[in-house]
Write a protein that binds this ligand. Structure first.
Ligand code: NAP
Length: 206
């Protein structure tokens, strides 16, 4: 029987059902079907709960997937990063390229934003998983998502362009390297549309 390396719960389920899900996940490790268990989109409180609950089964919570990138830095200020340190859990960083914005292709004079990106940018800004976005909800609802503010982001891209030239890299690689260098617990999982993108992203760690 082949083992799954990491068995993850994609979203937090309703609180009254959560422990039953965690029990079932723990069982996959005990029965040898999975090597490790992780969660996804859990805020600090839920991650601490999952960590404690798995500990009762003598199992470690290996990871929690959350949004973290150069343009989404709230985990640094809302207690999330500190909790990862305290619990010794890996932060699997989703949207590490901010849906492609951090590749630089949508900077001033660049490509138009794909329509789906507006929805994703707004959902990120609305903080539906309650990671602790500090500004009031109504302001976030009616503010153009910062991911889509090309002019405001341009100074960042100019700086990243300079760094990328210095190291013979791309802006995407600078973005991914920033995550990798920021904390040894952070594991970015960029999405790729083709093998060229996959090779370029993988080259960040070479
Ligand atoms: N746990 C969750 O709830 C959750 C939620 C969302 C995502 N995720 C996971 O997070 C991972 C990443 O998410 P994501 O793919 O949505 O966002 P992302 O990694 O921030 O952005 C990926 C997009 O950037 C572009 N790109 C990637 N590498 C590039 C390169 N080297 N050069 C130029 N463009 C490049 C591609 O889009 P274009 O070519 O179209 O520009 C690609 O689809 C995925 O594995 C996904 O499953 C998890």
């Amino acid at each position: 029987m082949s083992e799954v390396d990491l068995y993850q719960l994609h979203y937090p389920v309703a609180r009254h059902k959560l422990n039953r899900y965690l029990d079932a996940m723990a069982e996959t490790v005990k029965s040898g079907k999975a090597k490790a268990v992780g969660v996804s989109n859990f805020n600090t409180e839920l991650m601490k709960h999952a960590h404690e609950y798995f500990a009762k089964h003598n199992i470690r919570l290996a990871s929690n997937q959350i949004g973290y990138n150069l343009l989404y830095r709230f985990p640094e200020t809302n207690g999330m990063l500190a909790a990862y340190e305290e619990l010794d859990v890996a932060l699997i960083a989703i949207l590490p390229l901010a849906e492609g914005v951090l590749t630089g292709k949508y900077r001033v004079g660049g490509d138009p934003y794909p329509s789906a990106m507006r929805t994703i940018a707004l959902v990120t800004q609305l903080d539906i998983f309650k990671e602790g976005e500090p500004s009031p909800l109504m302001r976030r609802l009616f503010t153009k998502p910062y991911m889509l503010q090309r002019e405001k982001l341009e100074p960042l891209f100019e700086l990243m362009h300079g760094i990328s030239k210095k190291y013979n890299a791309t802006i995407s690689q600078v973005s991914l390297n920033w995550l990798l260098a920021s904390n040894p617990r952070v594991i970015p999982i960029p999405g790729e549309k083709n093998s060229k993108q996959a090779a370029a992203n993988a080259a960040t760690i070479s």
